[in-house]
Write a new protein. Structure first.
Length: 272
């Protein structure tokens, strides 16, 4: 069981700030210095003896690297309105964001690329992602599609991942770090679910590179071919909207010439 604490109604902002500070393993002194306030003031805020201003809550949230969603919760706990909007991706205000994401994904073809939200639910993908989703049971592709579930479930991609233990450890390690960073109960539940999926050759989450290794590959069997990928992750650099801040674009690249040629041929078949 993985235990996390969550921001709930009625909890004082000082208690929440102290919890985030403990989660980040930062001392009162170090946080006070980085936020340019006195240790005495910070102590009073954490114990509830002093009510922080709106600006103070935002400053401490920034120095604690609290995600935007949780910074809004800190503000609410302190009696202030949220500072960061959470705009639906389909809203007109995010038209430029949608266009940028679509350009990145279509420009990446014939290689697969997908966009996920904070909870790893599929937001969008390019046409080449069908190479992967075509291996998956239709039941797992019913919205909302969770890409981690699709990848590691025995009815998903798992039977076709040739280095399942290694790739599973990589994904679980990423998710576990996200749980620690956000304290999100939905991510905790997802992690606990994924840990129950069978894996004949589990690998520890500590990634120890072998001779010549430069990344954790995804080795995938597709039809009669064995494909090898590496991936890159892109996020928006200066988001001020919760939705935009939580978008992640994962782009897969061929790790060898044979995989690249196969992907080009696969795309050409799809255009016929």
């Amino acid at each position: 069981m993985i235990v996390t604490t969550t921001v709930s109604a009625g909890r004082p902002v000082g208690e929440l700030l102290r919890e985030w500070r403990d989660r980040r393993r930062i001392s009162q002194l170090d946080l006070a210095i980085s936020a340019d306030i006195s240790t005495r003031h910070l102590s009073f805020v954490e114990t509830g003896r002093s009510k922080p201003s709106r600006e103070m809550v935002l400053r401490l949230g920034e120095h604690l690297e609290v995600p935007l969603r949780e910074r809004n919760q800190l503000l609410l706990a302190a009696g202030y309105a949220p500072a960061y909007a959470e705009t639906g991706l389909a809203a007109p205000e995010l038209a430029a964001v949608r266009k940028a994401v679509r350009q990145l994904m279509t420009g990446h073809e014939p290689y697969p690329a997908a966009v996920v939200d904070r909870w790893w639910n599929l937001v969008d993908a390019n046409a080449s992602i069908s190479l992967m989703t075509g291996l998956v049971s239709p039941a797992l592709l019913a919205p909302p599609v969770n890409v981690l579930r699709v990848t590691l479930h025995p009815d998903g991609m798992a039977p076709y991942v040739l280095n399942l233990g290694e790739w599973r450890a990589h994904l679980l390690g990423r998710l576990r770090r996200q749980v620690i960073q956000t304290a999100d109960p939905m991510l905790t539940e997802l992690l606990e679910e994924l840990l129950t999926y069978p894996c004949a050759d589990p690998v520890p989450e500590v990634e120890v590179p072998g001779p010549g290794d430069i990344f954790v590959p995804l080795k995938l069997r597709h039809e009669d071919a064995e494909l090898t990928f590496f991936s890159t992750v892109s996020t928006f650099g200066t988001p001020l909207d919760v939705t935009v801040a939580e978008l992640v674009i994962e782009s897969f690249f061929p790790a060898d010439a044979d995989t690249a040629e196969y992907l080009r041929a696969y795309a050409a078949r799809g255009m016929e």
